[in-house]
Design a protein around this ligand. Structure first.
Ligand code: ADP
Ligand code: MG
Length: 317
């Protein structure tokens, strides 16, 4: 099967299944064409996943595709952007048809779930690597950035933390129990908080998605904003499956393990009071921004030591 047959067979159907009115021209030409409405800013980001680094070797192709698109879409969620389209640069060791079939299926499911149209890509031979560039839009000037956190803002996170990280221990369990299965589902099928990101526009002073762990990612907000934070570790949102499976390790996983793709936001008290109840329900306040440097903890349970989160060029010790 040649490169063009491969694209026609496995990727053209994904593009045909999920379009977008602003994507005027999708794959098949030298470039795609996206129209950006005059009142919108274009928001874009690229994300790479390497076999054996971001996902296990011999990992199911459906999950590989879903996770790659989810990770990229999560960056749009963190900016409060509406998803429009994406390009896919795929490096494959070989044209394995059953792998490609599964990958195409997972990609189609994720594309339709996240509202992202496949605009084009590039296909090359080499170690399995998936790079996805996502494009979204926000009303001019309204993108949520990391740099706006102010002293006294509340720090809040969506959903529950630590589940995807805990799942790493169960990837090879032949018959996982219900709790293990729930954790595995968080790892295999992360759900970027796209709607929540949109709803937080005009409310959040800063926002980031938690891909490398809360400690590391909140750390990026603090650094970009020139502030510190104090977190109450007893307030960390932990799922039932996480606490049942990992016991006293749970808070540590919630702080330092990645791949949950929840949002971490800072919101002034005043704006928090005006947040619709349906949005507040999706968030848990875990601390407050202060004038210090880095993160301090109260509430016990987790010491100020241990891994900070995933860093490709750090020691991760
Ligand atoms: P070019 O040589 O102009 O870069 P290619 O031969 O790489 O074009 O690709 C041909 C067409 O197929 C382009 O429109 C490109 O966007 C699309 N394409 C290639 N690989 C992929 C892929 N993995 N997924 C989606 N579209 C792809
Ligand atoms: Mg090319």
């Amino acid at each position: 099967m040649g490169e063009f047959d491969l694209i026609r067979r496995y990727f053209l159907p994904v593009a045909e299944q999920q379009g977008h009115p602003d994507l005027l021209l999708a794959l098949g030409d030298d470039c795609a064409i996206q129209r950006v409405p005059a009142d919108q800013d274009l928001v874009f980001s690229v994300d790479t996943q390497v076999e054996g680094v971001h996902f296990p070797r011999d990992y199911q192709p459906e999950y590989t595709a879903w996770r790659a698109l989810a990770a990229a879409a999560s960056d749009l969620a963190a900016m409060g952007a509406t998803p429009v389209c994406f390009t896919l640069a795929l490096t494959l060791p070989e044209a394995n048809e059953s792998w490609l079939e599964g990958f195409g299926r997972g990609l189609a499911q994720a594309a339709s779930r996240f509202g992202l149209a496949l605009a084009g890509g590039d296909t090359t031979r080499g170690p399995l690597t998936i790079s996805i560039q996502v494009h979204g839009t926000v009303p001019k000037g309204q993108g949520l950035m990391r740099s706006g956190a102010k002293v006294n803002d509340l720090v809040a996170v969506s959903g529950t933390l630590g589940d995807a990280g805990a799942a790493l221990d169960y990837l090879d369990v032949p018959e996982p129990d219900d709790d293990e299965r729930a954790l595995l589902e968080r790892y295999h099928h992360p759900l970027p908080r796209l709607e929540l990101g949109l709803a937080l526009r005009g409310f959040a002073s800063a926002c980031i998605d938690i891909s490398d762990g809360l400690r590391a990612d909140l750390g990026h907000i603090l650094e970009r904003s020139g502030v510190g934070a104090t977190l109450n570790t007893s307030l960390l949102p932990l799922s039932g499956p996480l606490t049942r499976c990992t016991g006293e390790r749970a808070p540590r996983l919630a702080l330092s393990s990645g791949d949950d793709y929840e949002l971490c936001v800072t919101v002034s008290e005043e704006r928090w009071a005006s947040l619709p109840e349906g949005i507040k329900n999706q968030l848990t306040v875990i601390g407050r921004i202060d004038g210090g440097e880095g993160i301090r903890f109260d509430g016990g349970a987790v010491a100020n030591s241990g891994p900070q989160g995933f860093d490709h060029f750090g020691s991760n010790s």
